[in-house]
Write a protein that binds this ligand. Structure first.
Ligand SMILES: C[S@@+](CC[C@H](N)C(=O)[O-])C[C@H]1O[C@@H](n2cnc3c(N)ncnc32)[C@H](O)[C@@H]1O
Length: 316
């Protein structure tokens, strides 16, 4: 963990839009399933003092500690939980809560996680290849990079990074492993860069961006978690309650878009019996036909927001 005075502050993305789409009402119960440093949670509790309870979840113990410090003023309306957000319903169940009035998900990693060299999320800082959001997760990026078969590495880079040089990167890593393990972020970043012919390297993004994204998604099972939390979240919402999701790359946004469409249609007459995954009647109404993106003004102050998209659905 970086000492507190050296931490980069995390600037919440689409703050005004996401919180206003939650439609907070007096006495309502809300969930911030990715509380991080508490930027969105602070705005909810500050702007809507009549809210009854905010359940704030994060997988990362350091993040939860930051949220606890930031939100001390609201402690009697706040329930902080260190857990994977896929456990949303059981977390609410333990509090004897059957339904909630709104859920916010601000996906991905925070600036503090990215900037902490010890976490290994960024190719910009020398650090161990870890990338776990929770230290309860059994497999690190080091394990994937140094123990996976070539075909599996290629699959990870191709599927989760949409990296067109996936084969070459996997081959380079396997060749290097024969001499010594790939132990740190900068070594991996250099291997990836060397695998991409100079004339094909992007001028706008670092050559290792997609590979690092792919490993992070694989280590944390991010796409499976996202599919699961949408289903769990929709089940937990009371009628009229909203699910607001901020995503940061096309793989996430595609899942949110497709799951929202599926849940807004329900199962057509004559199809197989309804399951929890596809309910018979439409479960939600899509509020944002097109995703919301940050305005120029926000992008000017926070370049990290450039790929953010907000989609909102309402429980029927
Ligand atoms: C972009 S940050 C959220 C920032 C927050 N909205 C704020 O304003 O400070 C995303 C957070 O989600 C957490 N996270 C990611 N996947 C998670 C999961 N499956 N379960 C719980 N927390 C998760 C990360 O640890 C990180 O702290």
């Amino acid at each position: 963990m970086i000492p507190r005075h050296m931490e980069t502050a995390h600037v919440p993305v689409l703050l005004v839009e996401a919180v206003s789409y939650l439609n907070c009402r007096p006495d309502g119960i809300y969930v911030d399933a990715t509380v991080g440093s508490g930027g969105h949670a602070f705005k909810i509790l500050n702007d809507y003092p009549a809210v009854k309870l905010l359940i704030a979840i994060d997988w990362d113990t350091d993040a939860l500690e930051r949220a606890r410090r930031r939100l001390t003023h609201f402690s009697e309306k706040l329930f902080l939980v260190q857990d994977n957000f896929v456990s949303l319903r059981s977390i609410a169940g333990k509090l004897n809560i059957q339904k909630v009035d709104g859920i916010l998900l601000d996906l991905g990693v925070s600036s503090q996680q990215l900037e902490d060299p010890g976490r290994g999320f960024s190719f910009k800082h020398q650090g161990p290849l870890d990338m776990r959001m929770s230290n309860a997760l059994p497999i690190t990026a080091y394990d994937l990079v140094n123990k996976s078969r070539e075909a599996d590495l290629k699959h990870i880079f191709h599927t989760y990074g949409e990296e067109r040089w996936a084969s070459r990167i996997a081959r380079t890593i396997i060749a290097r492993r024969k001499k010594a393990p790939v132990a740190d972020t900068v070594t991996l970043s250099n291997l990836v860069t060397a695998s991409i012919p100079p004339r094909y390297r992007s001028k706008t993004i670092h050559p290792a961006t997609r590979t690092f994204q792919a490993l992070r998604i694989a280590v944390n099972h991010e796409l499976d978690n996202l599919r699961q939390v949408i289903a769990e979240g929709v089940d937990l919402l009371a009628a009229g309650g909203r699910l607001c999701i901020i995503s940061f790359h096309s793989l996430e946004d595609r899942i949110v878009k497709q799951e929202f469409i599926r849940l807004s249609r329900g199962r057509a007459h004559g199809e197989n019996a309804p399951t929890a995954k596809t309910p018979e009647a439409p479960a939600i109404r899509i509020i944002t036909r097109k995703p919301l993106a940050p305005q120029q003004d926000e992008l000017h102050h926070n370049p990290r927001a450039r790929s953010a998209k907000l989609r909102v659905a309402e429980r029927l």
